[in-house]
Design a protein. Structure first.
Length: 170
């Protein structure tokens, strides 16, 4: 737990994948042909709590869908990268625009396209349903499933132990 807390102390931004992390990986197609997903209210509240404490939140997703854009807008997430099939370039842009170092970023992902970022960031987390290859490289696997509280769990860890939280406690 000491190594985990040391990593969390540096975190200033949480970046998230969507499918499998903010959702449970299920999609359905509406009658108009658009894709829809379920999102957790608890995850949303965790994100809002992080933002209120001064943390930044970003989304980096291979998806390119109106429902994902709408969810990001509702949550006030302006650092939004969609259609990011090669996530490394989006992550590099995020670091350049924020001036942060990779060690100051936490990332949650669950599938093969997330591996490069999970290996770079200061704190890597996933949901229990993630691919085994992902589970092998992360520092934390949430107790709650993706799309049903996994993000909130990590938000609470950052709220308790992250860089901005330590500033407030000082």
């Amino acid at each position: 737990m000491d190594e985990l807390n040391q990593r969390l102390k540096k975190i200033k931004l949480l970046a998230l994948d969507v499918d499998g992390i903010l959702t449970d990986c299920r999609l359905w197609m509406d009658t108009d042909g658009s894709w829809k997903r379920f999102y957790s209210i608890r995850d949303g509240l965790g994100i809002k709590r992080l933002q209120e404490m001064g943390y930044e939140v970003a989304i980096i997703t291979a998806s390119n869908s109106e429902d994902v854009r709408a969810r990001a807008k509702v949550l006030g997430i302006t650092r939004f990268y969609e259609g990011a099939h090669q996530k490394e370039s989006s992550f590099a842009d995020l670091l350049q625009k924020t001036g942060l170092k990779a060690e100051e970023v936490a990332y949650m992902g669950d599938d093969l396209p997330d591996l490069p970022l999970l290996r770079q960031v200061g704190f890597a987390a996933t949901a229990p349903e993630a691919l085994e290859e992902v589970k092998l490289v992360v520092q934390y696997i949430s107790k709650r499933p993706g799309g049903n509280g996994a993000v909130r769990e990590v938000c609470e860890m950052i709220i308790k132990n992250g860089a901005k939280s330590l500033e407030v406690k000082s």
